[in-house]
Design a protein around this ligand. Sequence first.
Ligand SMILES: Cc1ncc(C[n+]2csc(CCOP(=O)(O)OP(=O)(O)O)c2C)c(N)n1
Length: 247
Amino acid sequence: MEKKVYSRTNGLLPGAVSGFCPGCMHGTVHKLIGEAAEELGQLDHLVRVEGVGCCGLGQFYVSHDETIAAHGRACAVATGIKRSSPESLIYTYQGDGDLAAIGLAETMSAANRGENFTVIFVNNGIYGMTGGQMAPTTLLGMKSTTSPGGRVAEEHGYPMHMCEILDTLTAPVYLERTSCDTPQHVIATRNAIKKAFKYQLEGKGFSMVEIVTSCPTNWGMNTLDSLDFLRDKMFAEYPLGLIRDNG
Ligand SMILES: Cc1ncc(C[n+]2csc(CCOP(=O)(O)OP(=O)(O)O)c2C)c(N)n1
């Protein structure tokens, strides 16, 4: 007898084909969000607030309710939606430019208030959609279109560690950093998203899953080299693992 072992999540539109670049991990993360919400039986309540950038392209692939916030303002918009519609399962989906640069104040304030929603933070170390400008998370020495000689601490400051920064606040309930470069890390990411959603359903407050990913197009690398860079350089600056679990 045939046994079904896998099916596409209903959290994605049927037949939608991802337009993300080869080697980009946004598509995988979208799938995992759908799977986590589906496993919790919450797809009907799932609402996405997406940032501006490649992170905003998910609007073409997800089957649940969603809105796009002005650049950086996703946590403010999510606050309004969650407070007015507490039965919804809300997540923001943001890149590092969106969350850690233009949206830093909104991120910090929502986390500090312990707003009861989930942040999915895709950290690829660069502004993706606009062509590879330096982000707060760009590594020292890393070339970008606005730091063509490589990021220099004296001129551009140091890489910002958003999980650790939010860990200085009292309110956040759950902070974890994961990736999607191996099957094990993909499973860890799905489990982290599911845990964050579960805590939200239990009313426990603010959570963030930071997913450290590659951007071969704007890193100027092929997909295999970008995986080496991710593991050797990005994970060294942004160690994967649990930062806080107060659930
Ligand atoms: C107020 C405002 N400023 C600037 C822009 C231009 N802009 C669009 S996407 C983007 C960068 C997005 O980078 P990131 O948040 O890292 O997301 P990614 O594309 O890497 O997913 C910028 C600066 C904008 N849309 N709105």
